[in-house]
Design a binder for this molecule. Structure first.
Ligand code: DQA
Length: 157
């Protein structure tokens, strides 16, 4: 049987974003910068493409929707990059959904929660993630894509 050596049979990298990230650019720019979510989406697609991956990029302000989108990564994604925003620090439901995934999960943050208020020091997402990248703004997403590409090197799907 012929082997498909093209990279097109790879599942997309899912990049999911939690509450209030739809207002990036306007929201506390001294913390989160002026880059909009649409700009992050575009940069992610380009970076993933450079590694031979497509992306599925989404945002929700609703916890249940985020849980459903994480569940969707079980069968539809080669990896998940997740900025769960405030749900990072509160959501057992998000953690439980992450625990059902067998693909790499990278937790990302634009800011560095470890340098911020105490309530941001706890991350439920971290307990279900392969690793965490925080504090580099837009670059946190770029580094997460590079990390995923490294982890999936050689894998066809
Ligand atoms: C954030 C950090 C969270 O503490 C915060 O609730 C966010 C954004 C970040 O990307 O820096 O909404 O996830």
């Amino acid at each position: 049987m012929a082997k498909n050596t093209s990279k097109s049979n790879r599942l997309p990298i899912h990049i999911l974003n939690g509450p209030n990230l739809n207002l990036l650019g306007k929201r506390e720019p001294e913390i989160y910068g002026r880059t909009t979510l649409a700009e992050i989406e575009k940069a992610c697609a380009a970076r993933a493409r450079s590694h031979g991956f497509s992306t599925l990029f989404a945002q929700s302000n609703k916890e249940g929707e985020l849980v459903e989108m994480i569940q969707g990564a079980r069968t539809g994604a080669s990896a998940l990059i997740l900025n769960a925003a405030a749900y990072t620090h509160t959501s057992v439901a998000v953690l439980d959904a992450l625990k059902m995934l067998s693909v790499p999960v990278i937790e990302v943050h634009l800011s560095n929660p470890a340098r911020r208020e105490d309530f941001r020091h706890k991350s439920y997402v971290a307990m279900g993630a392969t690793g965490t990248i925080a504090g580099f703004g837009l670059n946190s997403y770029m580094l997460a894509i590079d990390a995923v590409a490294g982890l999936l090197k050689g894998k066809k799907k």
